[in-house]
Design a protein around this ligand. Structure first.
Ligand SMILES: [Zn+2]
Length: 277
């Protein structure tokens, strides 16, 4: 980065944090995680642990997504500094690497498992899926990935974690026909309800694809709220079935403090406004 851009970036960071301090307002945020471990496209376990310690030391409280959605819907009490951690797809390392860290710090996070993938190595099969992953993923999911087992999902729930719906097979809902789309959404809700005694409250769109009729089907199936992959904070006037998230896989320290304070989003808005990639 050249010196001018470094200076601008620093100024932006200081001014956004300064405004937050003066107004006492901290943005409510849902953070997205996927793979945990060492390697490209993964959040390192040590970094995840540091982020949690850093956030707790700064007075943040971790709440499941359903607490965030209750606040949007009813204005129910939510800590002034609230943040939700979400783990997409139900990969094995979510249970085996992130799970113990989350339990150690008493963090109730939300996992969105692809139910038909649980319990083994699976690949995201369709050609469209492969093309998407090649374009969007630092470490494309072109090889089979290991997913957690149902028993590990049970442990997640027993440890205080939340489970949300994420379909059976991870389709692009925006281009699915109504029968397929609704069946995928309803079936994952039914299976989770049968296992845990009450239906999951929140849903996550596979590939973040909330286009077309996807939102309508998720509402029809009975989900109270749903998260997308569009970037943004959670506000009282957020659309409950299109809640925005922020990628959490950054380093701990200043970068994470900036992310929680909303600096990351401010920077992204500036880049968009000035046409920078
Ligand atoms: Zn997914």
């Amino acid at each position: 980065m050249n010196p001018l851009r470094t200076a601008l970036s620093r100024t932006l960071s200081l001014s956004v944090r300064g405004v937050r301090r003066l107004t006492g307002r901290t943005p409510r945020m849902i953070l997205t995680y996927h793979k945990v471990g060492h390697g490209p496209g993964r959040v390192q376990p040590e970094i995840l642990e540091q982020q949690i310690r850093q956030a707790q030391a700064a007075g943040y409280e971790f709440v499941p997504v359903s607490r965030m959605s209750e606040w949007v819907k009813y204005g129910t009490n939510l800590p002034r500094r609230a943040v939700s951690l979400t783990f997409d797809d139900g990969l094995a390392d979510t249970a085996r690497v992130a799970g113990p860290i989350l339990r150690r710090y008493g963090v109730a996070a939300t996992v969105f498992p692809v139910l038909s993938f649980l319990g083994g190595p699976r690949r995201y099969a369709s050609e469209k899926a492969q093309a998407y992953l090649l374009a969007h993923d630092d470490d494309p999911r072109t090889v089979p990935y290991d997913f957690m087992t149902w028993d590990e999902l049970d442990q997640w729930v027993e440890g205080g974690g939340e489970v949300g719906g994420h379909t059976l097979t991870h389709p692009f809902l925006g281009s699915a026909d109504e029968a397929t789309g609704l069946a995928e959404i309803k079936a994952c809700r039914r299976q989770l309800a049968a296992r845990y005694g009450s239906p999951p409250r929140v849903f996550c769109y596979p590939y973040g694809d909330d286009s077309g009729q996807a939102g309508t089907w998720v509402r029809q199936a009975g989900f109270e709220a749903a998260v997308t992959s569009h970037h943004g904070i959670v506000r009282r006037d957020s659309n409950l079935h299109h809640l925005r998230r922020v990628p959490g896989a950054v380093t701990a320290g200043r970068e994470f403090a900036d992310l929680l304070a909303g600096v990351f989003l401010a920077r992204q808005r500036l880049r968009k406004a000035f046409g920078r990639p």
